[in-house]
Design a protein around this ligand. Structure first.
Ligand SMILES: [Zn+2]
Length: 236
């Protein structure tokens, strides 16, 4: 059995049970850079019915190289992100409720507390609305392009998620585990931010030095949070 297909199958099953998705509104993919192939969930298949054989393997230019089902309708968005972000190894798309609410409001999520700062080095950006021309045949690829445009010159691993205007979040990471963790953290951060602004509409951004401190103790060369073996635990 293809190791990548198995990994993506299990990640999609976990996503289905995670509470982040309703019905089939979400998908996980991962890339094998050495082979130049992406494995993604098939379109419209309930998470609990997924099997290894239902996974779809695509080349980076979108040709199906393994599997018989149609890939997720978002596949071309995933492929565009893999083409433009060589650091990214896996992508999770959901319509998780609070992150999608920020996307529907067209608002970036500001850094209001250390939970956000632990996971994201800055605001979680929201794309501009797509233009009428971007809603045509290339809609899914253009969605990817607008995400890339929104990340701009920033390192995509520093803020590993974007809200697509009027739609929902795309989150990513160096591997499946990192992308899943980002999608989960994003939803919690989105919920906390909405509650914060409900309690105090004038709440300001977290002090930038404190925010940077929190991000850097978990990320980068000087990180000292957790154990030397990252599998030893990440919470707390
Ligand atoms: Zn979607």
């Amino acid at each position: 059995m293809d190791g990548l297909a198995l990994e993506v199958l299990e990640a999609n099953r976990r996503l289905g049970a995670s509470g982040l998705v309703t019905q089939t509104w979400g998908n996980v993919s991962a890339i094998d850079r050495a082979r130049g192939v992406v494995v993604i969930k098939p379109s419209g298949v309930p998470f609990e019915e997924l099997e290894c054989a239902s996974m779809v393997t695509l080349s980076l230019d979108g040709r199906r190289v393994a599997g018989t089902l149609r890939p997720s309708s978002d596949a071309r968005t995933h492929l565009e992100l893999y083409r433009c972000f060589p650091q990214v190894g896996a992508i999770v798309h959901t319509h998780s409720v609070m992150a999608s609410a920020w996307a529907q409001a067209g608002r970036p999520i500001p850094v209001l507390g250390t939970t956000h700062a632990d996971c994201f080095a800055g605001d979680i950006a929201c794309t501009r609305p797509l233009t009428p021309a971007e809603l045509g045949e290339s809609y899914e690829r253009d969605t990817g392009r607008v995400i890339v445009e929104t990340v701009g010159r920033r390192d995509p691993l520093q803020v590993p998620a974007v809200l697509v205007h009027g739609h929902g979040p795309f989150a990513w990471g160096v591997d499946v585990g990192a992308a899943e963790a980002t999608a989960q953290a994003l939803e919690v951060v989105a919920r906390m931010a909405a509650a914060t602004l409900w309690l105090n509409p004038a709440a300001g951004d977290l002090d930038s030095t404190l925010a940077r401190r929190h991000f850097l103790r978990k990320h980068g060369a000087g990180a000292y949070y957790g154990q030397a073996d990252p599998r030893a635990g990440t919470a707390g």
